[in-house]
Design a protein around this ligand. Structure first.
Ligand SMILES: Nc1ncnc2c1ncn2[C@@H]1O[C@H](COP(=O)(O)OP(=O)(O)OP(=O)(O)O)[C@@H](O)[C@H]1O
Ligand SMILES: O=P(O)(O)OC[C@H]1O[C@H](OP(=O)(O)OP(=O)(O)O)[C@H](O)[C@@H]1O
Ligand SMILES: [Mg+2]
Length: 299
């Protein structure tokens, strides 16, 4: 590949998605060093360049074909898509995969003193948000009239500052709402980070690299959600024990030296094993239970 033919991936420069985006690409074998001052990072071992930008700019960069891939929150992606559609600008992209980080929800919230019955309690009121399009779509679907106050940050401060009656903002733990005397009343959109591709035609070389990257991302995400489990089980409780291991229908069963009543079970579980399942396993006679992380998965 020539220098101009390097795959360009836009990721958030700094914020909630930046560390996880970099970690994911590194786990996929892309070697790069990020210099805080430099907005572009060249991978050493693959024809890939990382563009480090504000997250708001990522959907547009992909939709305009300026970059090939982008890692972005679905909330920002869909907000930009609606905005561009209303302006007649290019808004096409292909969502390659929803990722396993950046989980949050876009919610309506009002001050503690506000008596909220349902979304219709907001009829005619002013709502502060950074997501005017997602908010409008939700309110229009319900036929509720409202006025909006567009704020790019610190949205939670708007009611106390007298700028709005309620807000529509991102919530994860709810700590920011709580700290600002607000409570969540309605989830209007649930979001995760995702990886998107531009609809521009790609060279075969670039498309192959994208396919390889995507297959590695799938492997990394599957591995992160899975555990390798080792245990000893009484032969007569084997079926019940295996049934307790999520997604481990075909475990490896091995004999134990000097013990014909018990076997060793090795299995890949599609979920973490919680303490209550571990306790159920021991009550069925399982012993020496080991739950181990998996580094990579393929095939
Ligand atoms: N509390 C949260 N927990 C988990 N994910 C979140 C949370 N808040 C936001 N996100 C996700 O991370 C994305 C980026 O959030 P962040 O707060 O870093 O954005 P920002 O302040 O707009 O950053 P930028 O400076 O890049 O514009 C959000 O659009 C959302 O998808
Ligand atoms: O429910 P919580 O766990 O409190 O998270 C919600 C907060 O997180 C995000 O802001 P962030 O902290 O990323 O800062 P920002 O406003 O600078 O983007 C979001 O905009 C909320 O303010
Ligand atoms: Mg932003």
């Amino acid at each position: 590949m020539t220098a101009s033919n390097r795959l360009r991936i836009a990721i958030q420069k700094s914020g909630r998605l930046s560390e996880e985006s970099q970690k994911l690409l590194k786990k996929c074998g892309v070697k790069f060093n990020v210099n805080e001052q430099r907005l572009i990072a060249h991978a050493d071992n693959m024809p890939i360049d990382l563009l480090r930008v504000r997250d708001d700019d990522i959907p547009g960069l992909v939709m305009d074909g300026v970059v090939d891939l982008g890692i972005i929150g679905e909330n920002v992606l869909e907000e930009e898509e609606i905005e561009r559609q209303s302006l007649g600008m290019p808004s096409e992209y292909q969502k390659l995969k929803q990722l396993d980080f950046g989980g949050c929800r876009l919610s309506l919230a009002v001050p503690k003193e506000f008596t909220y019955q349902d979304a219709y309690s907001l009829e005619g009121l002013r709502i502060a948000t950074s997501y005017p399009n997602l908010l409008r779509r939700f309110m229009q679907n319900k036929g509720i009239n409202f006025r909006s106050c567009l704020l790019k940050g610190s949205v939670e401060v708007a009611p106390r500052a007298g700028l709005a009656d309620g807000i529509c903002d991102l919530v994860s733990t709810g700590a920011t709402l709580e700290a600002n005397g607000l409570y969540e009343t309605e989830v209007i959109y649930r979001s995760m980070a995702c990886i998107i591709q531009s609809q521009q035609p790609q060279s075969d070389e670039k498309q192959q690299l994208i396919d390889t990257l995507l297959s590695r991302i799938n492997g990394v995400i599957r591995a992160r959600g899975s555990k390798y489990i080792l245990l000893h089980a009484p032969v007569d409780a084997l079926e019940q024990i295996v049934a307790l291991l999520p997604g481990a229908e075909n475990p490896t069963v091995l004999p134990l030296k000097n013990d014909t009543s018990r076997v060793a079970v090795h299995a890949v579980s599609s979920e973490d094993l919680f303490w209550d399942t571990m306790e159920q396993l021991t009550s069925l006679g399982a012993s020496s239970i080991l739950v181990m992380p998996i580094e990579k998965m393929m095939g």
